[in-house]
Design a protein around this ligand. Structure first.
Ligand code: HEM
Length: 212
């Protein structure tokens, strides 16, 4: 059986990078989940969303949050990127091993690499668009969702929630030795709940009036 290439870093550096990817990943998932509830303030109505936006601005929480998010994102990419097989031989070897062993975790890992790259491009575009139109306002957000961005948001939503969910599952199996089946059900339930909150927020933005 063909073996994937051994990691080229020494074990201690490898462990530090692994922990860095883990901590930055947890911060990113926490942000994306918190973000769902912030956008969901539009569900009771535009004034609640606008009040939340003014509150964030009063204490510069938006700017602080964006800076922390960018730092966590960059750290996560750099720490996780070292495991991406760049050479043709490494990639072929990974797919062969995954295929022969029917190893779900190897596919899950490959899925993480691909969805991570999509999130990088889509989230960077989204943050750019929102920040360029600062301050946050419900009518501006509703205008984006009601004109060009609905499909974009649905794709970003699905891949970011799945990427976060699969990452949490894999890391919990690895570090906390949770049993796989109950863990998969628990993570699936939380992701389904967060997805529902996001979809309700998108629906409220779609229905919001006063958008010209
Ligand atoms: C700090 C940076 C961010 C800010 C200020 C921000 C702000 C917003 C705002 C105001 C909306 C409402 C729609 C709009 O205005 O266009 C929105 C929607 C959305 N954002 Fe972000 N966002 C940020 C980062 C992210 C990241 C990193 C992700 C995912 C990886 C993300 C995913 C989404 C999705 C999927 C929606 C659609 C509505 C929803 O699902 O609630 N955002 N964001």
């Amino acid at each position: 059986m063909e073996k994937p290439e051994a990691p080229r870093l020494n074990p201690r550096t490898d462990l530090y990078l692994e922990l860095t990817a883990l901590v930055s990943g947890i911060m990113l998932v926490a942000f994306v989940w918190l973000h769902a509830f912030l956008v969901a303030t539009v569900i009771p109505g535009a004034p609640v969303f606008d009040g939340m936006a003014r509150f964030l601005d009063r204490y510069s929480l938006g700017q602080i949050g964006i800076t922390l998010l960018l730092l966590a994102g960059l750290t996560h990419i750099l720490a996780a990127a070292r495991r991406i097989p760049t050479g043709y031989r490494e990639q072929r070897s990974l797919w062969r091993v995954a295929g022969r062993m029917r190893h779900t975790d190897s596919y899950a890992w490959a899925f993480q690499v691909v969805t991570g790259l999509f999130i990088l491009v889509l989230a960077a575009t989204h943050i750019w668009v929102v920040v360029a139109d600062w301050p946050l306002e419900a009518v501006k957000s509703a205008w984006r969702v009601q004109t060009d961005y609905l499909g974009f948001y649905l794709v970003l939503l699905l891949i970011s929630e799945f990427h976060g969910g699969v990452g949490l599952y894999r890391q919990s199996v690895k570090w906390l030795r949770f049993r796989r089946r109950p863990l998969a059900l628990a993570v699936g339930a939380v992701v389904a709940f967060i997805l529902a909150v996001n979809l309700a927020a998108i629906w409220a933005l779609l229905r919001l009036g006063g958008v010209s």
